[in-house]
Design a protein around this ligand. Structure first.
Ligand SMILES: Nc1ncnc2c1ncn2[C@@H]1O[C@H](COP(=O)(O)OP(=O)(O)OP(=O)(O)O)[C@@H](O)[C@H]1O
Ligand SMILES: [Mg+2]
Length: 451
């Protein structure tokens, strides 16, 4: 029995010694090893580590061409498949430095990204490489993310139920700048402006302004204002917040809603001229009816123009970065000048009746047509006729189902001619009216004199 115990002890101590040697040799190797390992665990103190996710995305997208194992997933219906490299070990080269990424699974099932590199690259890795990986990963994540369309709940639904202030659905609108029918030069301008904005992080920081931009889209119905907003969201991959002002009771609600919006988003207020209490005209009318007294504007009891402007200009809007604010209206002349002065709305974009250039885009979209004998006639008719792109599109679409290009173009010509005649008559009758008015004025003036 004694012998047994002695042997057991002997073995145990040898094992201990061995493991000590093992540990020691590990240290020796680590001490002499020129390689450094940095770990990025999936969870840290029970919280998800966002660095892990960014690395995962970065590595997934990295050098897909060289990968042997690829995982495919559909993140977004419209965007097709997203391919991801699916290998445990990936080599990356950054500024001439070789690094190796390895994913290992810990005993508790958590995964860890391990980054190995030569000691001499320590400065590059900690100084810029890791930051670069994070940023790339996050930007890829942003590109693949599903866009959302948010609409504000009326405030009656806010309380108790813990419901969110915004309701959202997935945003999948097919509009793009390519299919948007408008003057190509103007389109290019807008695209450049958007591009400059979305890459303007450093610039806005430098000039000390909040990273946001305001657009005012104006023009008659059916000229593509809403379509352009969708195209912008698609182009930049931003979420849209469709702000319904009539559902908002007062300025503090407005503030709550707007501070609850995320960055990389477009805040849209459609038909701003119809929104309660925001236009000069409406305010005057309210005053006439005695609905509200002076001074009530100053407090928080209702939604006011100044409340909205404060948000656009003010500190509130700086709570999230990278935001675009868009107003649309059919009647720019009705808007309060304060709302649209330069600097508040950075760019005024007019969407107007269909030009020949715009028609060509529509013809390409709907009929896949670059030219046609009727184009000349349509060109001259469009010069003299006011027709919204929506109406042109309707004509081209209705017939295209019958695959009858000539028919649909003829249909358009006919409708343009009808419109032209109508608009001329209308103009004429307007002219006649003015002449009558003038005559009447002269006559009554004369009559007064005679009296
Ligand atoms: N410039 C355009 N290019 C391409 N399609 C257009 C254009 N304008 C209008 N359309 C077509 O007409 C439809 C209506 O356009 P849209 O809703 O964008 O007009 P809107 O200017 O927002 O009008 P409203 O002032 O009534 O809100 C769209 O679904 C789109 O198919
Ligand atoms: Mg619209």
């Amino acid at each position: 029995e004694h012998l047994k115990i002695a042997i057991k002890e002997f073995f145990l101590s040898t094992i201990q010694q061995l493991s000590f040697v093992q540990r020691f040799s590990d240290r020796v190797i680590n001490f002499f090893s020129p390689y450094v390992v940095i770990s990025f665990p999936e969870y840290e103190e029970y919280r998800f580590n966002h660095a892990f996710a960014a690395i995962d995305t970065y590595l997934g997208a990295k050098a897909i061409g060289k990968a042997h194992k690829i995982r495919a997933s559909q993140v977004k219906e419209s965007k097709g498949l997203v391919l991801k490299r699916d290998e445990a070990k990936v080599r990356d080269v950054y500024q001439g430095l070789n690094v190796w990424w390895e994913i290992v699974t810990a005993t508790d099932g958590d995964r860890i990204h391990k980054l190995t590199f030569h000691r001499r690259g320590l400065e590059i890795v900690t100084g810029s490489y890791i930051k670069y990986v994070m940023e790339e990963g996050k930007s890829i994540e942003a590109k693949n993310k599903k866009m959302k369309l948010f609409t504000n709940n009326p405030s009656l639904n806010w309380d108790n139920s813990k419901k969110s202030l915004w309701r959202h659905i997935d945003f999948e609108h097919p509009a793009s700048f390519q299919t948007l029918a408008m003057d190509p030069v103007k389109k290019e301008d807008i695209l450049n402006d958007l591009e400059a904005f979305s890459n303007g992080k450093e610039y806005y920081k430098k000039i000390g302004k909040a990273w946001k931009r305001g657009y005012l889209l104006y023009g008659p119905p059916g000229t593509g204002k809403s379509t352009m907003i969708a195209a912008m969201a698609n182009h930049l991959n931003y979420n849209i917040y469709d702000l319904e002002l009539t559902a908002i009771q007062n300025n503090s609600e407005l503030r709550k809603l707007l501070t609850a919006t995320s960055s990389r988003s477009i805040i849209v207020i459609e038909d701003i001229d119809c929104s309660v209490g925001l236009t000069g005209k409406r305010r005057k009318r309210d005053g006439d009816l005695g609905v509200k007294k002076d001074g009530e504007d100053q407090n928080q009891s209702r939604l006011t123009l100044s409340g909205l402007l404060n948000f656009i200009d003010g500190i509130w809007s700086a709570c999230g970065q990278e935001r675009i604010i868009i107003f649309t209206t059919n009647h720019i002349e009705k808007l309060d000048p304060a709302l649209i002065r330069r600097g508040r709305m950075d760019m005024h974009i007019e969407l107007s009746y269909c030009s020949f250039e715009a028609f060509k885009v529509l013809a390409k979209n709907y009929l896949d047509l670059d030219s046609h004998p009727l184009f000349g006639e349509i060109k001259s008719l469009l010069k003299e006729t006011k027709i919204a792109p929506a109406d042109v599109a309707e004509k081209l679409m209705a017939e295209s189902h019958k695959v009858d290009v000539d028919g649909s173009l003829k249909d358009l010509v006919e409708s343009l001619e009808k419109r032209k005649k109508h608009q001329r008559d209308h103009k004429l009758s307007g002219k006649k009216l003015r002449i009558f008015r003038e005559l009447f004025r002269i006559m009554s003036h004369h009559k007064q004199k005679v009296n």
